[in-house]
Design a protein around this ligand. Structure first.
Ligand SMILES: [Zn+2]
Length: 317
């Protein structure tokens, strides 16, 4: 189903695909997509909603009613929430997502639904695309998905604490934590630090790489991981030390370094697409490292995460 995302978002696409197609894995209640390319994140969010609601084969060409509605961005239960989208009557706030919007969502959730409902939270502006945004749009030109209000010119932007304030986020917190079955909140942002930690700790976060100019720098990892996927298990503690030291030396959070490792592994796979063993280990490891990032965000000690990550990256894991 994520076939149109092509090689660029290879590992994330495969991961989402397995999430939708494997009946034992449920789509999380709350997802944060983060990274420099908000347009790609928006498309990912819609595709995830489409995969969860498709009545037929989930392929991009599917013409079932849900797929048609979602591609046209007209599905009543797939809702974009921003400072300019989904404003209830009488809400004249223009620069923020308001408490009134959150109350309207909560009211909506009281009734049950036959659909898997999605609320896609982002910032947005009505204007033309900038040159760099046009570049971000390019991979999706033939994608067929529509933005809301595409006639007026609608640009999705990443959430910040300015447009999605602490008060408003807290009003939503309980719904994020214990939503009714079949409800998923997706938050789009450039950086996890732009969303209050109480939401982050209740969400599964996924890094979405940007185009080459903006993508995460992983070049510094190449030497350390040159032997991957055949790193001996007795090197696990050395890797742990390396991760902690590198974060300090580069003034990055350990999460950022783990995100860079994921980007490095994705790149490795892209350059060796025929290597089946590598493919399996990269998918497993990206998944495991993502759990490490989630655990860091929910307050687990850095040393423990670095040790576990070191072990994951050896050939024994
Ligand atoms: Zn369908």
């Amino acid at each position: 189903m994520f076939e149109v995302f092509g090689e660029k978002y290879f590992s994330l696409s495969k991961f989402f695909e397995s999430m939708i197609e494997n009946e034992n894995i449920t789509v999380p209640n709350s997802i944060i997509l983060h990274g420099p390319d908000i347009i790609a994140q928006y498309y990912f969010a819609l595709e995830l909603a489409r995969g969860a609601n498709c009545l037929e084969n989930k392929k991009h060409s599917c013409e079932c009613q849900n797929c048609r509605w979602i591609k046209a961005n007209e599905h009543p239960e797939i809702v974009t929430v921003s400072k300019i989208n989904s404003k209830p009557d009488g809400d004249d706030s223009k620069s923020v997502i308001s408490v009134k919007q959150i109350e309207a969502i909560k009211d909506k959730l009281v009734a049950s639904s036959d659909y898997h409902r999605f609320f896609i939270f982002c910032d947005a502006e009505n204007r033309d695309f900038s040159e760099s945004e046009k570049e971000q749009l390019m991979p999706f030109e033939n994608f067929g998905l529509k933005f809301p209000e595409s006639a007026k010119g609608w640009v999705p932007l990443g959430l910040t604490k300015k447009c999605f304030t602490e008060v408003v986020a807290n009003a939503l917190l309980k719904s994020v934590e214990e939503p009714p079955a079949g409800v998923t909140f997706i938050f789009l942002t450039e950086n996890l630090e732009n969303i209050i930690s109480t939401i982050v700790s209740r969400s599964q976060a996924f890094y979405v790489a940007g185009n080459s100019k903006q993508s995460v720098d992983f070049s510094y990892l190449k030497e350390q991981f040159a032997n991957y996927p055949n790193i001996e298990s007795n090197k696990a503690l050395l890797i742990s030390e390396y991760l902690i030291k590198t974060a300090k030396a580069k003034d990055l959070s350990l999460s950022s370094v783990l995100v860079a490792v994921q980007a490095y592994l994705t790149d490795l796979l892209r350059n060796n697409p025929q290597n089946i063993l590598l493919k399996k280990k990269v998918f497993d490891d990206i998944d495991k490292l993502q759990k490490m990032v989630d655990m860091l965000n929910s307050g687990v000690k850095e040393q423990n995460i670095a040790d576990e990550s070191g072990y994951i990256l050896t050939k024994q894991s």
